[in-house]
Design a protein around this ligand. Structure first.
Ligand code: AVI
Length: 326
């Protein structure tokens, strides 16, 4: 299984080799597929910023609503008898949502260390600078790298209890088997009493969901096509992006919201020495954005040996931050 969040340490491969090997493996499989973690190069990051500002893309605002307006409820759930703790954020980015929680905890003079984990050292230094200006008394230990390696590092640096944040509905970008493995692995790395807060995008009116990923301006389409351009740039490939079309589906029963690229003609694409043939209308499976029912969430928690302590929904009940305890 190729996990979205696995590490290259076992293989010793560098980043480009790993990228090449994943792309070749994905295009060699039937149906053809890509790994959506590769969407986020510099251009991909910029397009994702645009997606988050689209009126149709409700996820960011929903979770922001929770962090902005239910901060006390969040804080009260994670405080547990005021014992000192480490607040670890997986994929912290600019900490746009979590900074409301950080501010609240600092104002209450709570004893905690914020440990943002991100693959991008650049983002972490921007975040460090922002936090040192806005919350100068906050204790920050930034950890650059893969989630699980950095979680191990966090555990070796400090033995305090841990509260792990995994926000943004990112869990939805794993298929169900991957999300199971991911949560199970987190459970193994945490200690009894530690907490995990995961943001889940909930099943809702199917039109609302489909619109969020099928915007009329074609921003999501360009987000997908950018991965082909990235392969051209970094792996000496010759994708003609005008001959691929974005196609989005949502299955309200399973909750799978999937994006594909459709080959508009019979064509072949060269990547280094490898040639891939596409039939007309052949699909590349690009990304899953899984949506969850409350029951799906409790099944996932139970299967991965967590207990749900609290669920905090946004005001529309479209998104939930679910707080689990080991
Ligand atoms: C990052 N992730 C939660 C986004 C999502 O909603 O699945 C990625 C995305 N893909 C298309 N639009 C947004």
């Amino acid at each position: 299984m190729n996990s979205q969040f696995d590490t290259d340490l076992q293989t010793g491969m560098d980043t480009v080799d790993r990228f090449r090997s994943d792309v070749l493996e994905g295009l060699g499989s039937n149906p053809k597929k890509m790994f959506s973690k590769y969407f986020y190069d510099k251009t991909g990051d910029q397009i994702f910023q645009q997606i988050m500002k689209m009126p149709e893309y409700y996820l960011t605002n929903c979770e922001l609503d929770i962090f902005k307006n239910k901060t006390k409820e969040l804080a009260d759930t994670i405080l547990l008898n005021n014992t000192p703790f480490d607040l670890i954020e997986l994929g912290a980015g600019d900490a746009m949502k979590s900074s409301y929680l950080l501010k609240h905890l600092v104002e209450k003079d709570i004893d905690f260390t914020y440990m943002p984990i991100d693959i991008s050292g650049n983002i972490l230094s921007v975040l460090n600078e922002k936090l040192s200006k806005e919350l100068p008394t906050l204790d920050v230990v930034a950890l650059e790298g893969d989630y699980f390696n950095m979680l191990d590092k966090a555990t070796s640096i400090s033995k305090r209890r841990k509260v792990v944040l995994f926000l943004g509905g990112n869990i939805g970008n794993m298929d169900l088997e991957e999300s199971y493995h991911f949560c199970r692995e987190l459970n193994r790395k945490l200690n009894l009493g530690d907490l995990l807060l995961i943001g889940f995008d909930l099943k809702k009116n199917p039109h609302t969901i489909l619109n969020a990923y099928n915007d009329s301006e074609g921003i999501t389409a360009s987000f997908n096509l950018n991965l082909l351009l990235r392969i051209n740039r970094e792996l000496e490939a010759d994708f003609d992006v005008t001959q691929f079309q974005h196609y989005q589906t949502y299955d309200p029963v399973s909750g799978a919201c999937k994006s594909y690229l459709v080959s508009l003609e019979k064509q072949h694409v060269q990547i280094g020495n490898n040639i891939f043939n596409f039939k007309e209308n052949e699909l590349i499976d690009m990304e899953i954005s899984q949506k969850f029912s409350p029951n799906d969430i409790s099944k996932l928690a139970k299967k991965t040996k967590f207990h749900i302590r609290k669920e905090i929904n946004d005001s529309k009940n479209w998104f939930v931050d679910s707080i689990w305890q080991v």
